[in-house]
Design a protein around this ligand. Sequence first.
Ligand SMILES: Cc1cc2nc3c(=O)[nH]c(=O)nc-3n(C[C@H](O)[C@H](O)[C@H](O)COP(=O)(O)OP(=O)(O)OC[C@H]3O[C@@H](n4cnc5c(N)ncnc54)[C@H](O)[C@@H]3O)c2cc1C
Length: 390
Amino acid sequence: MTDQIEKNYDIIVLGIGSMGSSSCYHLSKRGYKTLGIEQFDIPHNLGSHNGQSRIIRKAYFEHPSYVPLLEGAYKNWEILQKEFGEQIYFKTGLLYFGPEDHLLIKGSRRSAKQYGIEINNFTTQEQKEKYPQFKIPETFVNMLEKNAGFITPERAIIAFTKLAQNYGAKIKTNEKAVKWYKKEDSIMVQTNRSVYRCKKLVISVGAWMSELSNVSDFKVTKQILAWAKPKNWEDFTLKTFPCWTYADNSSKGMFYGFPILPSSISHDGYQGIKFAHHFKGEETDPNNVNRKVSKNQEGELLEAIQKFIPKGIESIHTSKTCLYTYSKDDDFIIDHHPTNEDVIITAGFSGHGFKFTSVVGEIVTDLVEKDNSDYPIEFLKLKRFSKNSI
Ligand SMILES: Cc1cc2nc3c(=O)[nH]c(=O)nc-3n(C[C@H](O)[C@H](O)[C@H](O)COP(=O)(O)OP(=O)(O)OC[C@H]3O[C@@H](n4cnc5c(N)ncnc54)[C@H](O)[C@@H]3O)c2cc1C
């Protein structure tokens, strides 16, 4: 039975995962009376933010338009770390390798050139000397983005949430928003426990977006992450091994991976070399995901990794699932809701959104405060879709 108590807030944020936790932090820091509502625990492993590590890079192969946002993201990760007193961004460098004509190489070079991002090209000999763990074909380009690395997602979400609470935000967990509607000058949010009132609403519910707002045709896919124990642990530590990503023309998407995280930052406790395949996985329903990873799937992933990291990775000891959410054109959405200017949505962050989390909260807060942001986000607005699709 729904408890009929109404409570008043300036802003309610639905979904305290990646984007929602950052929004709660930025909103409460700017003095807004904020309520965050999360259907599960904070963090959890049923959405898009589990798995200990997320790559952060600036030479953006997807499109140079993302680079100004990344400048803000890098700046905000530094601020967050200082404020929270823990390291969340780890600068390991990112080694890219693949054929010269592949989007991964061409697109990264394009963004690097346009924005003066430092990328070092290696000869095969130099690569072998610096990172002997890899065996990369001589025909491939090797390049290193020195200032890239990884963010620890669960720890970042905890930091955003705790700091938001310190700034006065109220956070409710294990409470699901069921619907929202306009009432006089306010927006009402009904959950499975209560009804709340706010002036402005932020919807950041990731893979569940279609349940609360049908602003685009979202597709949710199941993705797999795997961890393996190498024979020689020392070859793959933060000090000896970079983040890496490769593409070759024989498989779709890209493969990528991380050094071994020290146990102090390995959320959930499992340790090893982590790797994954970045491509559109099997479509799924976020409320009914088959989380089993078959031996076949693990085998394919391991084979793709062993091709270029041949020494010492023998078997996968842990595999997990995680969800990508794609908008109709695969780009993110950060905008006002088409039917209500007081509602802001963040959605469709697919497989590369986490690094932006720290700046998305700032942009959301700008949209709440002044209806626009100094960040160039025109390309992320809904008007890019034809009217028929909304
Ligand atoms: C395998 C994998 C690897 C990735 N690798 C990278 C990477 O290397 N670099 C990178 O930058 N990005 C990466 N990403 C992408 C990034 O993690 C996602 O884009 C990002 O986490 C999406 O954030 P979100 O806030 O939209 O979703 P989430 O973090 O899932 O947050 C949405 C939240 O809303 C809650 N919610 C939903 N419905 C309701 C409701 N009705 N009421 C209350 N709460 C609700 C959910 O429980 C959830 O906590 C990866 C993603 C995956 C899956």
